[in-house]
Ligand binder design. Structure first.
Ligand code: SF4
Length: 499
């Protein structure tokens, strides 16, 4: 299982049909994304240099990706020089085994985790369970998802599809807080009381990483609740799992991303907790530090000239919050820990376009471009979507759909063929018409009318009407009008005469 938590179980269209039927989820999602979207817009418009900052972020990431091999070796050397240990994981399986081995070696039956999408990507919790180790999520939203035995549906707010009343009921059931109300402060307090004991008694922690700096060997986690800070400082052993694309060349680069990330993700000027650590410090914080560098398909993405910009992503989730498709289908429809526009390009690429279900994701888009406008590192998501669509359809054998589209292209390439086809369709539509519309087309064409009606072909097309319309009356001649200038003989016959 090298794909881990990124392999969709169904094609997108099929999964979306299920989630679209959940009206409560759609209401929760619309409310949440609209609120975040508006706040983010206000936060970014405060900065007069926002566009320049986006350019800088994109350039720094591109530089890091262009020198990835070298920077990762520098990072490894710097972490080791500060007493840390570095592990290289080719895929999800290897990464899970590395983390489990370290936890088991320390006799851990429980580990605490700070929110980390890369550990969701490798399905670490299930991997640890197989070794008798239980992972406890400490991020509030992740904890909600874990207690509900649910799946995350958003990069930043994994429980975005749940409302406060649902969370209150869940905490009453799972945490024994019977008198709990749905007041956000009361919900946070219930989670805090549960987690505090875990922070104080658990010896091994697992984190992700937002960035890692090659020149200093410093790893960074950015978060809002402070639970991450507890995880990376209180236990004896800290294991950080990081996608290889998170490396930055220099310490000064971090400053750019600490301006871009909070405004794009939570619409804050500065996020509340930013934790940095470099190896180990005797007598202060974890005394054993392991950094797991995860590839899991990233090298293949890097090799693609168009697709590699996907690896610039800083997981801010701005593209999800502006996407009309995500807002309606929710994150579960994408079937991967990476939902929304970024998921639609990242998931199939990480799986190297070899997964039939993941290969439907590049079509989960209206190509409106809102994601590109919102992305703080200027990933041209529509460009990558079209690139992937081309690659995926290019791999397919010539099937009935491809033949139909090629025929349509041939018909539309000449006006007389197109007009002839319209005339034929008008003659043949009779048996399919109901109340002036075609409700269901036969055979393969039925996909078009599955979710919408096709308007009936009109008795006269626009072109036919145009050719037969009466000539407009000539404007009345004015007595004082200047005489027409003599332009001589026309150089070529009028276009009408050549038809
Ligand atoms: S693609 Fe851009 S907007 Fe979307 S999560 Fe990544 S960085 Fe944020």
């Amino acid at each position: 299982m090298s794909g881990g938590g990124i392999k969709p179980a169904q094609p997108f269209a099929q999964a979306a049909r299920v989630t679209l039927a959940n009206a409560q989820m759609r209401r929760n999602l619309r409310h949440a994304t609209t609120t975040i979207r508006d706040k983010r817009q206000r936060a970014v418009s405060e900065l007069p240099d926002w566009e320049a900052l986006r350019d800088e972020g994109a350039a720094l990431k591109d530089h890091a990706l262009a020198n990835l091999g070298e920077l990762l070796l520098d990072l490894e050397a710097a972490v080791q020089a500060r007493g840390g240990q570095v592990h290289w994981a080719r895929d999800a399986h290897e990464a899970r085994e590395i983390v489990a081995r370290i936890a088991v070696r320390h006799g851990a039956r429980e580990v605490i985790k700070v929110k980390s999408i890369s550990t969701d990507e490798i399905e670490l919790n299930a991997g640890l369970e197989a070794h008798g180790v239980h992972a406890i999520e400490t991020d509030l939203a992740e904890l909600i998802v874990q207690l509900a035995e649910d799946r995350p549906s958003h990069i930043l707010v994994p429980a975005i599809h749940r409302n406060r009343a649902e969370i209150r009921d869940l905490f009453r059931r799972r945490l024994g807080a019977e008198l709990l109300t749905d007041d956000p402060a009361a919900l946070a307090e219930a989670a805090r009381a549960y987690l505090r004991g875990k922070f104080l008694s658990t010896r091994v922690a697992v984190s992700g990483a937002n960035f890692a700096v090659a020149e200093t060997g410093t790893v960074c986690v950015v978060e809002s609740e402070g639970n991450g800070r507890m995880c990376v400082t209180l236990p004896d052993v800290l294991i950080s799992v990081m996608g290889i694309e998170k490396v930055l060349a220099a310490w000064s680069d971090v400053a750019v991303f600490l301006r871009l990330l909070p405004r794009s993700s939570t619409a804050e000027r500065m996020n509340p907790y930013t934790s940095f650590w470099s190896g180990v410090t005797p007598g202060d914080g974890p005394q054993e530090f392991h950094l797991v560098l995860l590839d899991n398909g990233r090298s293949a993405v890097l090799a693609d000239q168009v697709g590699r910009q996907t690896l610039r992503c800083i997981r801010c989730s701005a593209c999800l919050n502006v996407c009309p498709v995500y807002e309606r289908t929710g994150g579960h429809a994408y079937g991967s820990v990476y939902p929304g526009p970024i998921g639609a390009i990242l998931t199939p690429q990480l799986l190297q376009l070899e997964d039939a279900n993941a290969n439907t994701l590049p079509w989960a888009s209206s190509l409106c471009g809102a994601c590109y406008d919102a992305c703080p590192v200027k990933i041209n998501i529509p460009e990558v979507l079209l690139h992937l669509r081309g690659q995926i359809t290019g791999q397919r054998p010539l099937d009935a759909e491809a033949v139909a589209f090629r025929s349509a292209a041939w018909i539309m390439s000449e006006p007389f063929r197109f007009e002839g086809a319209i005339r034929l369709a008008r003659l043949g539509q009779g048996p399919l018409l109901r109340d002036g519309a075609i409700r269901a087309l036969p055979g393969l064409l039925g996909g078009w009318t599955e979710a919408r009606d096709l308007p009936a072909f009109p008795q006269r097309s626009f072109r036919e009407w145009w050719r037969t319309r009466p000539a407009p009356p000539a404007p009345p001649e004015r007595a004082d009008a200047a005489p027409e200038p003599d332009l001589g003989e026309p150089l070529a016959p009028h276009r009408e005469e050549t038809r």
